[in-house]
Design a protein around this ligand. Structure first.
Ligand SMILES: [Zn+2]
Ligand SMILES: [Zn+2]
Length: 176
């Protein structure tokens, strides 16, 4: 049964919402995926409390929504991999979020990847930086640090050309 045409976005694609029959399907595919579990967590190597976790890269065409559990699942056991409970929680609650905690969507243009592999919302980052640099002392300190960095690491000619081209593009778009 289809619920009044409502749709859910996941990984940039639309997924139909279905009800009832999904619970059995959800249980069946998880049972099959558990039989294929590896010997250790693929994220941290732990051998305890292992579970079958849905791969975040699963194509939207194989995803379904189980409304009773408010959970996405795949209809194919190959879309699951082995995670321990803590890594699985982190994946579900942190990495599968579609929006940052202030409600901005993690689109490719609004997302950068931090050194630890987690995502940064660029809207929040820009707002935080603007707030931080509104203090003239902080701004002057940053400008001095930037100048010093540039003095020690002069730009190569092609780097400078790219920077100028990027600034020109941004000015044309009106983003600076
Ligand atoms: Zn783990
Ligand atoms: Zn944000």
């Amino acid at each position: 049964m289809r619920l009044d045409g409502s749709q859910m976005r996941h990984h940039g694609a639309k997924v139909g919402l279905m009800a009832n029959t999904t619970t059995n399907e959800y249980a069946r595919v998880h049972y099959a995926a558990r039989k294929m579990l590896g010997a250790s967590c693929e994220a941290c190597g732990s051998t305890e409390a292992l579970e079958a976790a849905l791969r975040p890269t699963t194509p939207a065409a194989r995803l379904r929504m189980a409304p009773e559990m408010n959970a996405l699942y795949s209809i194919d056991p190959i879309d699951y991999f082995t995670l321990c409970v803590p890594c699985h929680r982190r994946l579900d609650f942190v990495e599968l979020r579609t929006h940052c905690r202030r409600g901005h969507e993690y689109t490719p243009r609004n997302t950068s990847i931090k050194y630890d592999g987690s995502r940064r919302c660029l809207t929040c980052h820009r707002e935080n930086e603007a707030r931080r640099l509104a203090d003239p002392k902080v701004r002057e300190a940053k400008n001095a640090a930037d100048r010093e960095y540039r003095r020690r690491n002069p730009m190569a000619p092609e780097q400078r050309a790219r920077k100028v081209a990027l600034q020109r593009l941004r000015r044309k778009r009106g983003s600076i």
